[in-house]
Design a binder for this molecule. Sequence first.
Ligand code: HH2
Length: 393
Amino acid sequence: MRVTALAGDVPAALASVLAAHGVEAARAEALAAGGAPLALLVEPLDDADQAALVGVAARSGLDCHTGDGWAVLAGTLARLGGLARPGPDALLPERLSLALGRFLMDAQRAPAEWRTARRTIPLERSCVVGILNVTPDSFSDGGRHFTPSAALEGARMMREAGADVIDVGGESTRPGAGRPDEAEELRRVLPAVRAVAEETGLPVSVDTRRSRVAEEALGAGAEIVNDVSGLAHDPRMAEVVRAAGAGVVLMHMRGEPQTMDALASYGDVAAEVAAELAACRDRALEAGIAREAIVLDPGLGFAKTPGHNLELLERLGTVAALGQPVMVGPSRKRFLGAVTGRPVDQRDAATAAACVAARLRGARLFRVHDVAAAREALAVADAVLGAAGAGSR
Ligand code: HH2
């Protein structure tokens, strides 16, 4: 007798083993999807809801651990899905089955594209977003692309290197950076956005927390707004994004760039960041922004210690389960210096490695300075995932 582990991505491995043993392909896929292992934290719970969960979990063959006001359920997707059944056959009180059902629907959504104001960007292969900081003081590339012609030249080189999107920013958000006023941010950003959109044909995103900068950049050819405050900084930002039908990156941060380092305190960083991003996504939906336009970003380095950033990368699946495409921006950041001992200008290999780690945990978009290094590393990660039959992950 031989016992073989289904290594790698379990659903993909299960589908391929079942198919190799003669199960028809579509059925093998369905069985494999249902067999995906999942562990969920459900909170807050009152005593009655908790008792209902414990009873149903035992009858359904699920593991259930409980504590004061919470429960962790673990089992296969198929068994957990049974708990979300609505209607007369429901196993759980409606409040619980609805919450579980909504979560499971989001978790199984595998967004394969991103809608912007001008096109739909495919996300089957990793999407590399090239950073173009038109700032004098960004932490790694400040001053390099400060004039419009230098910005355009930088964008052209990134396109050659395989960038899918160019992200233009006029404000450094590194801790302690001085903030340009609105007029200065506009002066920096608009000529670069106009030139890059016209000359490269690539989708341009504008990295700003100001609605007026976003609005004018969208008018000048940008089609995505990358807001590191997750629409929280400027109350008019959501409306500007909605009205333009722009793509939007909602990034997680606490406080402001000037105060965020003091707010890097979490009980469970992945769960808390995911919950705060879910609330941010829901506010965007309430404001009328289309679900297909929204990308979520855990905000590596923003109100996070080096340890938090690493833990977030390892547990990125918690964010990916929200059902939106996930972007990460590890590029040249301090936590990579802490791991490798390298100074800021020697962190591109570490950045590419962090991108691959994130890709394996479900990220689809990668905001980087060195496009060529990330593109090459992600081509390998994409090929490995594709080879495992996990291309839709
Ligand atoms: N990081 C920075 C700026 N914008 N946007 C997203 N979505 N995700 C990020 O991780 C992110 C971001 C900070 O990096 P950088 O632009 O290189 O530096 P600076 O803020 O100093 O210009």
